[in-house]
Design a protein around this ligand. Structure first.
Ligand code: FES
Length: 172
């Protein structure tokens, strides 16, 4: 959607003020709360990220329209900070510790194996089926178990790459 098109919409970017979905309403309310404030972009993006768990396209368009900023500029900010994600998080979050103790025990190989198995691009990416999000993290505080990964609340220690398939099966 071009800037010109965005500016012609009344109300929300979806043009459906009377039948806004809960997600669209949240975004609309957040954007309107900060409308006209100096430096509103970061607070708005933070609040949308917290409310929805990611920054959907329609939200970026709404921010662009309301703040009268180019969409590309907003995407530039959103992709610069690792806190922001443009895709929804997966049902399960896999965290691979790349802290020093884990790294020297081979956690990078475990991470690479997960990238391959899940067919994701890297840290912060989510599988196509929305099942898993892969994150690289710093020390998880259990270095004696290095290399360590967590899946949601479950902790796996002394993990080797060829165990990954079996571990993932528990969450399929
Ligand atoms: S370095 Fe991985 S748990 Fe501490």
């Amino acid at each position: 959607m071009s800037q010109a098109e965005l500016k012609t919409n009344e109300g929300c970017c979806c043009g459906q003020d009377k039948e806004m979905s809960p997600e669209v309403k949240k975004v609309y309310d957040i954007v309107q709360t900060h409308k006209g404030q100096k430096g509103a972009l970061m607070p708005i993006l933070n609040e949308i990220q917290d409310a929805l768990g990611y920054l959907p396209r329609f939200a970026m368009e709404e921010v662009s329209k309301t703040l009268d900023m180019p969409l590309a500029e907003i995407y530039g900010v959103a992709t610069f900070y690792s806190r922001f994600t443009l895709k929804p998080r997966g049902e399960h979050t896999i965290s691979v510790c790349l802290g020093t103790a884990c790294y020297v025990k081979g956690s990078k190989d475990v991470f690479d194996k997960l990238v391959e198995e899940l067919k994701v691009k890297g840290s912060g990416d989510t599988t196509e089926d929305g099942k898993f999000t892969l994150d690289a993290t710093r020390c998880l505080g259990c270095c004696g178990l290095a290399p360590v990964i967590t899946i949601d609340e479950d902790v796996y220690g002394k993990v080797v790459p060829n165990e990954i398939s079996n571990i993932l099966k528990k969450y399929q």
